[in-house]
Design a protein. Structure first.
Ligand code: FBP
Length: 549
């Protein structure tokens, strides 16, 4: 593989890690834990893994090591997030430290690799090729869900064949929920396989009182913020465009909010606030148009708008429209297919309830089409495909044209739209993510050595210097509650949405009026890997504000 100069330099970067993990450690157990809610139901569903204590690793005088080598399997699950390779490197170094004959196996292309028995041994040479690199290409990732007993049993066959005693699942909330179900099942049948989870997702929505952040969020947000900063400088130079920028993050708005904190745009929409205020699409459009008009009064016919990917689903009226469309098309697909393309829009308008029909009729042609034609294999509207940035840019333009006719607006309005998502998911991990991920992996191997199962690897206190980070494990059942999924109540890890009473949002809300009207752009520039610590090692603004009491 030919390598860039940065790749070569980065290969020799030694991740910083908690001081305690540099020496011999022993687990310290806290008190018994409870799930965040629905305790009785969760306890019943996880009789073998419920209530376990939080683990913290402490320095030990006893020489650490395992008499017998341990073979470990690792799975990368779901969307890519910078730092995954360092989690794997941390596991590798950890289990080799415990016993040099330990072996690490990677299952290929996500959980499907376990079920289909596709794997490769990850040797020192391979690991060294991937240290501190972005991407999940060392073994690939996939979105197969590990949910069925047959999958667990099929997986156990290969685990037994390879003499694997522990499996590490690196994934988001759903993958870690499934890791917990798997841990419970293997324990219930005395399979002799421990299961440990690691918190991954650029979306930043796998976090709680115990897990400070999911890895990848830091790097991805820094990449997007660099690009937003560059666009802002361009836009402040040319002074003729409004840039509508959609940011990835399936549901929660953490990414958009973090990017706003890093770049101080004129507008950032936070889906959770839109939902809390019960805003309609029209309200969102009016809010944006009002700021555009105010800036125009000052001769500022340019600006930036950040839009979270999940916005549409947080607008109550859109949610209702999508639900009715899903339902209607599920029952009338054949008739809908018979209608000529040019008549489809009017057909839908004539069939929906008056309220939804009115909303549907107000949508631009392209979006209306996306809502009825682009459907997933279950027949549902593919909300993530809706080009919200174009939708809003178009609707704001229409609103401003109306205001112009009424004499309420005199500016010029030209737009450019962007979507930032995949650009950030495989970036070379920031120092924060490189360090955090390596520590998460190394901690996972210590949890394995301690004989734990059903735990998520945890590294806390990460706004302090890495040497002071706290390594340990959190029982996954502790993060669970019961939620309705596909019509039935299921135990799942609670997804963390943006808290409107949390410090990051409050800081944003207290500054946004100024950022809207004045031009207060911040230009974070590209991620720096070498240099002064205040430039290279800063954690995300979200984390810094969250850690402030
Ligand atoms: P994970 O939750 O699996 O980490 O994935 C996050 C994400 O990047 C979302 O932000 C985005 O909506 C989605 O994956 C895109 O999925 P895909 O890679 O399948 O296009």
């Amino acid at each position: 593989m030919s390598k860039s100069a940065l790749q070569i330099a980065r290969a020799s970067y030694v991740p910083k890690m908690p001081q305690v993990l540099r020496g011999n450690v022993q687990p310290k157990e806290g008190a018994a834990t409870e799930s965040v809610s629905d305790q009785e139901e969760i306890k019943k569903l996880f009789p073998n893994t419920y209530g376990m204590p939080i683990i913290t690793f402490e320095e030990s005088q006893r020489e650490m090591g395992l008499e017998n080598p341990v073979n470990v399997g690792v799975i990368l699950s779901g969307g890519q997030a910078p730092g995954g390779h360092n989690v794997i490197a941390g596991i590798f170094d950890g289990i080799k430290r415990l016993n040099p004959d330990s072996r690490l196996y990677g299952f290929i292309l996500g959980p499907a690799g376990l079920v289909n028995h596709e794997y490769k041994e990850l040797t020192a040479d391979i690991i060294d090729e991937y240290r501190n690199t972005g991407g999940f290409d060392i073994i690939g990732s996939g979105r197969t869900k590990l949910e069925e007993k047959e999958q667990f049993d099929k997986g156990l066959e290969i685990l037994k064949k390879l003499n694997i005693g522990a499996l590490v699942i690196i994934g988001g909330d759903d993958s870690n929920t499934n890791a917990c179900v798997l841990a419970e099942y293997y324990k219930s049948i005395n399979a002799g396989v421990q299961v440990i989870g690691c918190p991954k997702t650029i979306d930043g929505d796998l976090k709680n009182d115990q897990i400070e952040t999911s890895f990848g969020f830091d790097t991805a947000c820094k990449v997007y913020s660099e690009m937003i900063g560059n666009i802002q400088r361009d836009c402040n130079s040319a002074r003729k465009y409004w840039h509508f920028i959609k940011l990835m993050g399936r549901s929660a708005s953490h990414i958009a909010l973090e990017c706003a904190l890093q770049t101080q745009p004129n507008i950032c929409i936070v889906s959770e606030e839109v939902e809390a205020k019960q805003q309609s699409l029209d309200d969102v459009v009016n809010d944006i148009a009002t700021i555009v008009a105010k800036r125009a009064e000052k001769g500022l016919n340019f600006g930036t708008v950040l839009i979270p990917e999940g916005l549409i689903e947080f607008i109550p009226a859109m949610k209702a429209l999508i639900a009715e469309l899903n339902d209607f098309l599920a029952h009338n697909q054949a008739e809908f297919d018979m209608v000529r393309r040019s008549g489809k829009r009017d057909y839908i308008i004539s069939k929906l309830s008056p309220k939804n029909s009115e909303i549907y009729a107000s949508l631009p042609e392209t979006v209306a089409r996306q809502l009825t034609l682009d459907r997933d294999p279950h027949g549902n509207v593919q909300v993530s495909l809706i080009e919200t940035e174009k939708l809003l840019a178009e609707m704001v333009k229409t609103r401003l044209d109306e205001w112009k006719k009424e004499g309420k607006y005199k500016g010029k309005f030209a737009t450019i739209t962007h979507f930032f998502g995949y650009e950030g998911r495989c970036a070379t991990p920031s120092n924060y993510d490189a360090d955090y991920c390596y520590s998460l992996g190394y901690t996972a191997s210590m949890l394995i050595a301690a004989g734990k199962t059903g735990y998520m690897s945890s590294v806390r206190n990460t706004t302090a210097p890495a040497s002071e980070w706290i390594a340990g494990g959190i029982p996954i059942t502790m993060m669970m509650n019961m939620e309705r999924r596909h019509g039935a109540m299921k135990p799942v890890i609670q997804k963390a949405l943006v808290k409107l009473d949390g410090n990051p949002f409050r800081y944003f809300a207290s500054n946004r009026e100024k950022w809207a009207i004045e031009t207060s752009y911040l230009y974070p520039g590209p991620i720096q890997y070498f240099g002064p610590t205040e430039v290279c090692d800063q954690p995300s603004k979200t984390l810094q504000l969250e850690q402030k009491s």
